[in-house]
Design a protein around this ligand. Structure first.
Ligand code: BES
Ligand code: MN
Ligand code: ZN
Length: 523
């Protein structure tokens, strides 16, 4: 076998320091000032703005050309310093919510990036929905701005493409919030700092997810996990393929057997702090198939390139662990990432093979393209056995069926514990990473029956996302609260399904899980 190597290095992701700040006055270095206006209502023009700018905005309002629909922007000369103003629409005032505020801030960032501006000052809107304080608005604006500034442009040679100008990289963009009241300045700084850590961690997950299969194979991702652990202060243990063989992780080994790079199980630990120190951890498990050809049950050529995104669940777990460590959350958390490449090769696992898994159960392979559940199963069983976790949440681009059912807006959620499921759905509502529950009823169990082994890895046409959940349930202790998130539709959505993603990875799961893990006692 000839092994190809690529010299492309995974970019060192910048630390969160000083990218987002809060100030009482407009920074002299600002390239543009961003203000927000609502659709169909009289524009609220802040008396904090320079008078020249106030009259410019009044003129613009009187023209009525800019409708202020959510996610739209218009730029104009400000008549003062900074010379440019970005007017962003919030949509109808009575429909304003957390998601439209994030969306509007993301539109500001995108327009700034397209104009190659790097220093943006945002004047937060003051007409907020009931029960939303200015501090919450500050974190929403920061989050939206950071998510909107993301672009995966590392492989774009400057000047080679007309339609995409070589954009300022997201890490170069600076955000300043203009704060109206001196008494909450310190709290505002804290909100903005935390929001920046979470959004940067989502962008980190997005960046890794966008890397192609020839750059980010299993070996590189293992390296990346080590680098991350060192830089944010997590402990990192790698279960190598050799170790996995000794432990009997047949699922992980079978899926990785056709690749030139061996599979591995990455285990990252965050100890927690205070009175949570020493408590049972919450385990977060993410599927990282660095490229999914389907294996011997090979996928059709059309759209196969998008299967570089089959590592999104695992990359979300890297992003979650980055943020959990940087925020020094009290809750102990363990991230587990089974990583493998599903390739076609003489050594690949085959349809008909019977595999003994880490927990001793046997699986008949009816389709080598149902590989995600094989690697997750070993990781889940390992987590239950070695960690005795307080709860387990797994996330995976597991089935095409969930894309058909829920599209790019909601992720599919299945669970063995309603309290956990409800906490995750609630976290999804707060973060705009929405989940919809699918049933894990025992009546679905026969779908996974095999004549020759304990279960099969793929059944007939019906209820595919649920088949995935039922399969995984065989590898989770019934006493451990567990939820499975099928993120195949939301991790790499079609353009416009999720406003911050465009046609790139969305980082789905990072903000959702940070919200869940930050609740007292894990939600
Ligand atoms: N990675 C795919 C699921 C997927 C499909 C993600 C489309 C994103 C978009 C997964 O490994 C897979 O191939 N699933 C099969 C399972 C089937 C063979 C039982 C599917 O859903 O078609
Ligand atoms: Mn597959
Ligand atoms: Zn897959």
């Amino acid at each position: 076998m000839i092994r190809t190597r690529t010299s492309h290095k995974i970019k060192q992701f910048p630390s969160d320091a000083r990218q987002c700040t809060v100030a009482a006055r407009i920074d002299a270095k600002a390239d543009a000032l961003a203000v927000f206006v609502s659709e169909g209502s009289k524009w609220q023009i802040s008396a904090q703005l320079p008078t020249a700018l106030q009259s410019r905005l009044q003129e613009l309002a009187a023209l009525g050309d800019f409708k202020a629909k959510a996610g739209t922007v218009v730029t104009c000369a400000s008549g003062s310093r900074p010379g440019r103003v970005i007017v962003a629409g919030l949509g109808k005032a009575d429909a304003l919510n957390a998601d439209t505020i994030r969306w509007a801030a993301a539109a500001v960032a995108r327009s700034a990036r397209d104009l190659k501006l790097t220093n943006i000052t945002i004047l937060p809107p003051t007409a907020l929905p009931e029960r939303m304080g200015l501090l919450q608005a500050a974190s929403l604006l920061t989050e939206g701005f950071m998510l909107g500034s993301f672009a995966f442009s590392e492989f774009k040679t400057p000047g080679e493409s007309d339609e995409t100008p070589p954009a300022a990289s997201s890490s170069a963009m600076q955000l300043e919030l203009l704060w109206p009241t001196a008494d909450t300045l310190t709290q505002a700084r804290q909100s903005v700092k935390n929001a920046a850590i979470i959004a940067n961690s989502a962008n980190y997950a997005r960046y890794l997810a966008c890397l192609p299969g020839n750059v980010a194979g299993p070996t590189r991702l293992v390296q990346e996990a080590r680098t991350l652990a060192r830089s944010v202060g997590l402990s990192c243990n790698i279960i190598s393929a050799t170790e996995a063989r000794r432990l009997g992780m047949g699922g992980l080994l079978a899926v990785g057997s056709g690749s030139a790079q061996p599979p591995a199980l990455i285990v990252l630990r965050h100890k927690g702090r205070g009175k949570m120190l020493g408590r049972k951890p919450i385990a977060v498990v993410g599927k990282a198939v660095t490229f999914d050809t389907g294996g011997i049950s090979i996928k059709p050529a059309a759209d196969m390139h998008a299967m570089k995104y089959d590592k999104c669940g695992g990359m979300a777990v890297l992003g979650i662990m980055r943020a959990v460590a940087a925020l020094e959350l009290p809750q102990p958390v363990v991230g587990l990432i089974p990583v493998a490449e599903n390739s076609v090769d003489a050594l690949s696992y085959r349809p008909g093979d019977i595999i003994r898994m880490y927990n001793g159960k046997t699986v008949e392979i009816t389709n080598t393209d149902a590989e995600g559940r094989m690697i997750l199963a070993d990781a889940l069983a390992y987590a239950c056995k070695t960690l005795k976790p307080a709860a387990i949440v797994d996330m995976a681009t597991l089935t095409g069926g969930v894309v058909v059912a829920l599209g790019g807006v909601y992720g599919g959620m299945m669970c063995n514990n309603d309290a956990l499921g409800h906490a995750l759905i609630a976290a999804g509502k707060r973060t705009g990473e929405w989940l919809w529950q699918l049933p894990l009823h025992d009546r679905y169990k026969p779908l996974m029956k095999s004549p020759h082994a304990d279960i099969q890895n793929s059944g007939a046409r019906e209820a595919h996302p649920i088949q995935g959940g039922i399969f995984l349930q065989h590898f989770v202790d019934a006493t451990v609260p567990w939820a499975h998130l099928d993120i195949a539709g939301v991790a790499h959505p079609r353009k416009d399904d999720r406003w911050w993603a465009g046609d790139q990875a969305s980082g789905f799961g990072v903000r959702l899980m940070l919200d869940y893990l930050s609740q007292p006692a894990g939600g």
